[in-house]
Design a binder for this molecule. Structure first.
Ligand code: IMP
Ligand code: MG
Length: 189
């Protein structure tokens, strides 16, 4: 059972399902107000932001498009970013002259978004802003201007709501703190 495995890995539930949903509704309203009557392209960074994107886009009440980009994160078993970022899958859309809003699950050191924003800026978008569900400000190594933040969280490894432990448990509807030293086990039949 996934529930048993998730509770074995959980130190505490940091953000409950209803809290996440209330905050996403607020973000959706803010984004709808700020971009009302304008072009809007949401660029979700795979894979961690897919759950956030799916809920956020349904909380946005203005017409918009979505696109995806995948970059290397740290490998299975690692608990910190390597600082080395590489594009695994690029956007399908041409973003020149468009209002781009990057959708991210979490900003930790800031290295990933520093790299992504540098690359996307070179393509000449009309505007380029960032929306992240979670922000670990105390861990920042490079300064990143973040326009929309769901929750500022302390420096601990979290999972659920799109974020993985060793590629598992992205489907949990809440955000939990991982027990120090814990690793995910593949499910038994
Ligand atoms: P950064 O480059 O250090 O800002 O790391 C950003 C990426 O690292 C995020 O997009 C996540 O994929 C991953 N990450 C950072 N912190 C966590 C965490 O606490 N849990 C799961 N993934 C994380
Ligand atoms: Mg990510």
């Amino acid at each position: 059972m996934q529930a048993q495995e998730a509770s074995r890995l959980t130190q505490e539930v940091l953000i409950a399902e209803d809290e996440v949903q209330v905050r996403i509704a607020e973000l959706g309203r803010a984004i709808s107000n700020d971009y009302g009557g304008q072009d809007l392209l949401l660029v979700a960074i795979l894979k961690g932001s897919v759950v956030f994107l799916a809920d956020l886009m349904r909380a946005i009440t203005i017409p918009h498009q979505i696109d995806f980009m995948a970059v290397t994160s740290y490998g299975v078993g690692a608990r910190a970013s390597s600082g080395v970022v590489r594009i695994l899958m690029d956007l399908a859309a041409n973003i020149e002259g468009r209002n781009v809003l990057i959708i991210e699950d979490i900003i930790d050191t800031g290295q990933t978004l520093h790299y992504i924003t540098r690359i996307l800026h070179e393509r000449g978008p009309k505007s380029l802003r960032i929306c992240t569900l979670l922000n670990k400000a105390s861990r920042r190594e490079v300064d990143i201007p973040v326009d929309y933040v769901g929750f500022d969280i302390p420096d601990s490894f979290v999972f659920g709501f799109g974020l993985d432990v060793d590629e598992f448990h992205r489907n949990l509807p809440y955000v939990a703190v991982l027990k120090p030293g814990a690793s995910a086990q593949p499910m038994e039949e």
